[in-house]
Ligand binder design. Structure first.
Ligand SMILES: [Cu+2]
Length: 133
């Protein structure tokens, strides 16, 4: 009987671990940025990796409200490396209503600088961050 209980405890712990791990996977990447009172929140189901990264980008106005209907652009820049010139890519961005979705193709390992520009009613917010892949 005792053996059976410990087996079920083990099984339960295993299942719980699985649930927590899958929750974590759903938001494996999250980045918050600020610029002149504007806020951008990037989430992705996968951490940044070589290849196409699907990023959901929510943008908030200085008043804390979601900034919808903005003209959003996402650029990836890789500085020059030995034997390789700099690279700059403008990624496609789709307006999904409450957020913007971009297919960010990080074509190779190295240093990436990301610039997100949101433009609406003549106002522009520019968010920047970088990372190493
Ligand atoms: Cu490079």
């Amino acid at each position: 009987m005792k053996k059976l209980i410990s087996f079920y405890t083990f099984l339960l712990a295993f299942l719980l671990l699985g649930i927590f791990t899958s929750c974590e996977k759903k938001e494996a990447f999250k980045k918050q940025l600020e610029s002149g009172g504007y806020k951008a929140v990037i989430t992705s189901e996968q951490p940044p990796h070589v290849g196409i990264n699907i990023w959901k980008i929510k943008i908030y106005s200085p008043d804390g409200k979601l900034l919808t209907g903005a003209n959003v652009s996402v650029n990836g820049y890789m500085p020059p490396m030995p034997g390789m010139p700099e690279m700059s890519f403008d990624y496609p961005v789709e307006d999904k209503g409450s957020y913007y979705e971009s297919k960010v193709n990080l074509s190779m390992a190295g240093t990436w600088q990301i610039t997100i520009k949101a433009e609406k009613d003549g106002k522009v917010a520019i968010f920047k961050f970088g990372f190493n892949l």
